[in-house]
Write a protein of this length. Sequence first.
Length: 319
Amino acid sequence: MKKIIIILIIIITSITAWSLDYTKYVNNILYFLYMQDYERANILSDSLIELYPDSPVGKYMKFSIMNTYMSDFETDTLKNNFYEIYEEIIKYRNSDDAHILFFVAGAYFQKASFLAMKGNYPEAIKHGLRANTYFNKSVKMDEKLFDAYLGRGLVDYFKARMYLKIGGNSSSGKNEIKIAAEKGLFSKVPAMDMLAILYNMEDKHDSARFYIDKLRVIYPENRMFMFTEYKILFNSKEYKDAIILLNKLIENILNNQKRTYYNIVSVYYEMALCYHLTKQDIKAMEMVNNVKSMNIYIENDKRIKKIIEKARKLENKLK
């Protein structure tokens, strides 16, 4: 679950690295993408493919829409088309154009995120490192290609912070993500979101809020950004504000994602936890019961079983 930024700071693109011929189309697609109006974003990406048949830009935008949709709806229903477009984009990997290599790198990177979502971490790591190779190539050709700094920064950050004992520098990685957030086109919004997430992981909640507040100004109903803000509130122990936000989020999901059972059960569990932490145990038990009622969907998604198990442990505390 996640979202975007402040009035035209996000939508206006002041980057000289990209052709002005298609930046206005990309901006419109990104606007609808982060409004989570996937249908309109997809229609615009088809138009971009027709307008620029010799460039992978339209296919890259369509690819990004598919990846965001599957992440938002916790599904892999578009997997076959996603893989087909991926193959079409990486055919450009021998290009000597920095911008085209960015699209190739982005395709590797987004496939890595999809594989991670499916739990295939070895392949996700492999694709992430391959993406980094092409991000580095594109920046070497054009150091003002600021969008490439997000992928490079993330790989460097997590190599340093996590369990890939292969070097990396978390500070320099975060600085590169900041460059993408300030100056990128394709990467501006996800870079802002990632900075909010990373600062929250580091318990730097004021810095996390700086970015998530910008994301929430223009797209207050985006589910993914709502969840990012919730995690910041929870880690800041602002449980009452977290409950208010979770109520808005569950209403959004029930209205727009009725069959996204994992999202539903996840939010109900977080609500139960926050109600318990604010000593509202009757409400907490109500949410626990909501979680347990999702038991019939375990076969659809094994992760639901794990959340139900956590809810039952919380139930024992409430009795």
